[in-house]
Design a protein around this ligand. Structure first.
Ligand SMILES: [Zn+2]
Length: 564
């Protein structure tokens, strides 16, 4: 009887036009790596009336959450258990589609673990600080990832393959023989080297610079005249400012300078501290095990991380590193001033753009104001009236810029080659499988990391993309919609990725359901065919209720774009 009723209901819904909407969610192994976890979370997914899941199946040093001949099973999986196989079964039983999520570019752990210990040459060479990345420029790496993704598609009843981090960390110069040689063959001239050992250099710069020097001496300038490196003596101490987000930017000339500076400071593991103020951490999140800390450690100067409550630990004459300390209290800046006057040392990396309003910090840095954020390709040249930076040979900036543009073009091509190879292989294996990718939501940012998803859509080597628009600001989301609709007026192949977490006091917490709902309203107003949420770990009962009694009240079948 019940079966008949269900059949009748289905027939009725078909008559009246069934809802078709992509209601996806990303999930991490923490939500399905054991049978118990999978049971618990699939129930929540179904309760929220979601209809597509994107489980993370390969990451963290090249380990898998599915049975593979090519990659070992991740260490957090119970012996003999197959997380993806189990999840597919549970999802199918509830009519939920499954797309296997791979993290392609970023390694997901220190290079001292996992697949890089077997294949050290698979690691991208160029990022001296920061995270480990795959060198997608090498065919052996691309072929491996292609084979792995196709293995998963072949052996599991999944609906598709999902790329993530399908990009580089920037336009990193890989100085491996393969990339250098292949570039030269393609373009007929010498590729970029990571950078020269002496200034001037041409770099992609992200900067919150300080300007208007009072007592600071300018050692180097950007080509629009803003100071790039300054040094300021204050009584017995000294403060050096590297006026941009320098860590992991692979500039040898800068590495040499910072090394010399830290030596001059007498910086040691015992007397060097990195200050991350509670105010900065609350606004921008805690300092991760990457970036400036890893960079300085790589140069031989490990620093202990502290906040302003334990500044008393820093010994007189020691060194305090301040990277991206945009916010600090006046009290902290007063402490810094007396510390430096008494013979202490400060190394600022990127300008403390908001804290510079405090007069003590102006005296420490010898600079007065913020000089305005920029993200641009700039030449950094040694200043004329200084003898700290020994200038290298003069640079033909126009020629270097062209070289750098071609390098970006070449690196972008290597990423696209992987997308093409997987797309082609997947369609051959299972013509109805969907190949899709999580991408940077704004074209300019995507271009900077060699992720040409506009090109993939045009060419047809991806079925659809999921731009990660995790912003809490609806005005930013509105701008994104304008950009997406210009590329895809019907929003057929762009399915927005929205966040269901927010940052509070430096921690990720479930997002206010009203904000989630307001962003879903925007999706509806822009006639999207659904969306994807990041991520399942933040799906709480409040949001489940809000979705299942609100915009997702009617059950829906997943939307997919028209077949090409
Ligand atoms: Zn390479």
């Amino acid at each position: 009887m019940k079966t008949h009723l269900l059949a009748l209901l289905l027939a009725v819904s078909a008559c009246f036009g069934e809802t078709v909407q992509h209601r996806g969610i990303w999930l991490h192994p923490e939500q399905y790596r054991t049978p118990q976890l999978a049971d618990e979370w699939i129930g929540k997914i179904a309760a929220a009336h979601l209809n597509v899941v994107y489980p993370l199946v390969w990451y963290r040093g090249g380990t898998a959450w599915f049975k593979s001949k090519l990659s070992p099973m991740a260490g957090d999986v119970p012996e003999g258990f197959d997380p993806l196989g189990n999840l597919v079964k549970l999802a199918r039983a509830r009519g939920i589609a499954v797309h296997a999520w791979f993290v392609n570019g970023e390694y997901g752990g220190p290079a001292t673990h996992g697949v890089f210990t077997l294949h050290p040459d698979w690691q991208l060479r160029g990022d001296r600080g920061g995270e480990a990345w795959y060198d997608l420029g090498k065919p052996v790496v691309r072929n491996f990832q292609r084979d792995l993704m196709l293995e998963c598609l072949k052996n599991y009843d999944v609906d598709g393959l999902h790329f993530d981090y399908i990009r580089y960390s920037g336009q990193v110069i890989c100085d491996c023989d393969h990339c250098q040689h292949e570039f030269e063959q393609k373009y007929g001239f010498r590729p970029m080297k990571r950078s020269e050992e002496r200034f001037p250099v041409l770099l992609d710069i992200v900067s919150n610079p300080l300007g208007k020097q009072t007592t600071a001496k300018v050692l180097a300038t950007f080509d629009h005249g803003v100071p790039a490196i300054t040094v300021n003596q204050l009584d017995a101490g000294e403060a050096v400012l590297v006026n941009w987000q320098a860590a992991g930017r692979s500039c040898w000339a800068l590495d040499n300078f910072v090394e010399d500076t830290m030596k001059r400071f007498g910086a040691t593991a015992e007397n060097t501290y990195q200050l991350n103020t509670t105010q900065t951490a609350a606004k921008y999140g805690p300092i991760k095990e990457e970036g400036v800390r890893v960079w300085l450690k790589g140069l031989g100067f490990p620093a202990k991380l502290i906040d302003e409550r334990v500044l008393a630990k820093v010994p007189e004459g020691g060194t305090v590193v301040l990277a991206g300390q945009y916010l600090m209290s006046e009290e902290t800046t007063t402490w810094l001033e007396s510390f430096v006057r008494a013979g202490g040392h400060c190394l600022f990396v990127d300008g403390p753009a908001l804290s510079i309003k405090h007069a003590p910090l102006q005296r420490v840095t010898g600079l007065r104001v913020s000089a305005g954020y920029f993200h641009d390709r700039k030449v950094i040249s040694p200043a004329a009236d200084q003898d700290v930076l020994k200038p290298g040979p003069p640079m033909d900036a126009a020629k270097e810029r062209q070289r750098m543009e071609k390098w970006a073009e070449y690196r972008t091509w290597t990423v696209t080659e992987l997308v093409r190879a997987v797309y082609k292989g997947a369609k051959k294996l299972k013509p109805r499988a969907w190949v899709n990718a999580a991408v940077f939501y704004n074209k300019e940012h995507a271009d900077r990391v060699c992720q040409d998803w506009y090109g993939w859509l045009r060419e047809g080597c991806i079925d659809y993309v999921l731009p990660m628009a995790y912003t809490e600001k609806n005005e930013d989301l509105a701008k994104a919609f304008a950009e997406w609709r210009a590329a895809d007026p019907q929003m057929e192949r762009i399915i927005p990725g929205l966040s269901i977490y927010s940052r509070k006091d430096g921690k990720a917490v479930p997002r206010d359901p009203d904000l989630v709902r307001s962003q879903l309203d925007m999706c509806r107003d822009h006639a999207t065919h659904g969306n994807l949420f990041f991520a399942l770990g933040y799906l709480n009962d409040e949001l489940i209720k809000s979705l299942s009694t609100g915009p997702f009240a009617a059950p829906a079948r997943p939307y997919y774009p028209p077949r090409r």
